[in-house]
Design a protein around this ligand. Structure first.
Ligand SMILES: Cc1cc2nc3c(=O)[nH]c(=O)nc-3n(C[C@H](O)[C@H](O)[C@H](O)COP(=O)(O)OP(=O)(O)OC[C@H]3O[C@@H](n4cnc5c(N)ncnc54)[C@H](O)[C@@H]3O)c2cc1C
Length: 396
């Protein structure tokens, strides 16, 4: 849609072929229906939030910046606001306003929108694009073609990965694909007991053997299969590939504000106040109710043991467990739950200043179909806007 708008503003005759019954089905569900349309952070933040191939985006991000994205939408009548973490949303909190504004602009510019129209093939001859083939068998001649088919995550929105096939058929390399910004599965059998539990202000560290591969402070939650929530979703973007190859260890510090000794003192105080009670009745203040049975079970201390009979070693082991609540990560959840697809059309075969293929003249790519992905916070849509803009102004 972005590419279409800019190609049309440049005077081209533009046709959009969309297999769904409407435009922007994925856009509709972004930001939980509110559409976090970009991030108002500094340029440095934009680049450092891109997980794959940030350098390729140099031209794109500078040609169509986050500020330009905001101005673009404001000009189309979408008032915006900035929230925590510089996330930009429509003031109305409705993603549908973003879609309507773009649809109106496409209409104003005379772009022909063909809904319920699936593209089957991209046609090229002797290194030049010459059109597309529709599902019904109709050939549409064209001087240029922009592939903006998205990734393979949330396929119900229409992103079924057709663009990867089009790219391969045109001779392009497509790098390995992974679900990303996605929850993770955990091996331990206590996980279903914790379903629905949300932990705030915890420190999560992920280890590959002894090596620390990720660390973040924030919020996470337990699901029936494993873990999710902001810090887990972000972690999947950074070490998802590794998790595809082997199990990793997730270690949660449930009390990051307290050093080991401080926490030990705190537990000791709690124990002294409850010296004649059973262990299971002396730890209520330490963690949320759902976590209590799991922590008691894992402590190795009998739940009925009198607190004054707990040894120093037992208590310290218990404290260590609160500082390192360990789990085994066994894999990522699938594309149905992934916010983004990692991997895609190899950017080395794309001109970063125009988004044109280096192999086929007149063939352009934009958005998630490319091997580009970023953290949550509006960065993925900024990638779509910037690359769509470049492709749109570059078609000739
Ligand atoms: C639940 C969820 C929430 C998200 N929230 C945010 C957020 O708040 N902020 C953010 O920055 N990013 C967010 N993202 C990521 C963002 O939505 C995507 O990165 C972005 O939509 C990619 O844009 P795109 O145009 O490349 O592809 P898409 O938005 O996937 O659009 C591709 C379009 O191509 C059509 N298509 C595919 N194949 C064919 C074919 N053969 N013929 C015809 N049409 C075809 C599809 O139907 C689809 O409409 C979210 C993603 C998900 C899944």
């Amino acid at each position: 849609m972005m590419a279409g708008i800019f190609a049309a503003r440049n005077g081209h005759e533009v046709h959009i072929y969309e297999k769904n019954e409407k435009l922007g089905k994925k856009l509709f569900i972004t930001g939980k229906g509110r559409c976090n349309l970009t991030n108002a952070g500094e340029m440095d933040t934009l680049f450092s939030s891109v997980s794959s191939n940030p350098k390729f985006l140099y031209s794109g991000f500078y040609s169509f910046t986050n500020e330009q994205a905001v101005d673009f939408f404001e000009d189309l009548g979408v008032r915006t606001k900035v929230e925590r973490g510089n996330r930009v949303f429509p003031e109305s909190d409705h993603s549908s306003d973003v879609i309507s504004a773009m649809s109106r602009e496409l209409k104003r510019l005379g772009v022909k929108i063909n809904l319920h129209t699936e593209v089957k093939q991209v046609l090229a001859e002797q290194g030049y694009i010459n059109g597309i083939l529709l599902a019904g068998g109709k050939k549409i001649p064209a001087d240029s073609c922009i592939i903006a088919t998205g990734g393979v995550s949330y396929p119900s929105t229409g992103s079924t990965g057709d663009g990867y096939r089009f790219a391969r058929e045109a001779g392009h390399k497509v790098t390995a694909l992974y679900p990303s910004l996605v929850p993770m599965e955990v091996k331990e059998t206590f996980i279903p007991e914790l379903q629905g539990l949300s932990l705030r202000n915890v420190d999560a560290v992920i280890y590959d053997g002894k090596k620390k591969v990720y660390e973040e402070f924030g919020e996470m939650l337990f699901t029936h299969f494993g873990v999710s929530g902001p810090i887990i979703i972000s972690a999947s973007s950074v070490m998802g590939k590794l998790l595809g190859e082997k199990d990793l260890r997730l270690s949660i510090d449930l009390k990051p504000a307290l050093k080991f000794e401080q926490l030990d003192q705190r537990v000791l105080r709690d124990f002294e106040e409850n010296r004649n009670r059973q262990f299971k009745n002396a730890v209520d203040k330490l963690f949320p109710a759902k976590l209590k049975p799991v922590m008691i079970e894992r402590s190795g201390i009998h739940p009925d043991k009198k607190v004054n009979e707990i040894s120093r070693e037992e208590r310290q082991r218990f404290v260590a467990m609160i500082k390192n609540f360990d789990m085994t990560l066994t894999g990522l959840r699938g594309y149905n739950e992934a916010i983004i697809t990692k991997g895609g059309v190899d950017v080395r075969q794309i001109d970063p200043g125009t988004m044109e293929s280096r192999l086929v003249k007149g063939l352009y790519f934009s958005g998630e179909v490319l091997d580009l992905d970023a953290l949550t916070g509006g960065f993925n849509l900024q990638i779509a806007w910037s690359t769509g803009y470049l492709a749109g102004i570059s078609v000739h």
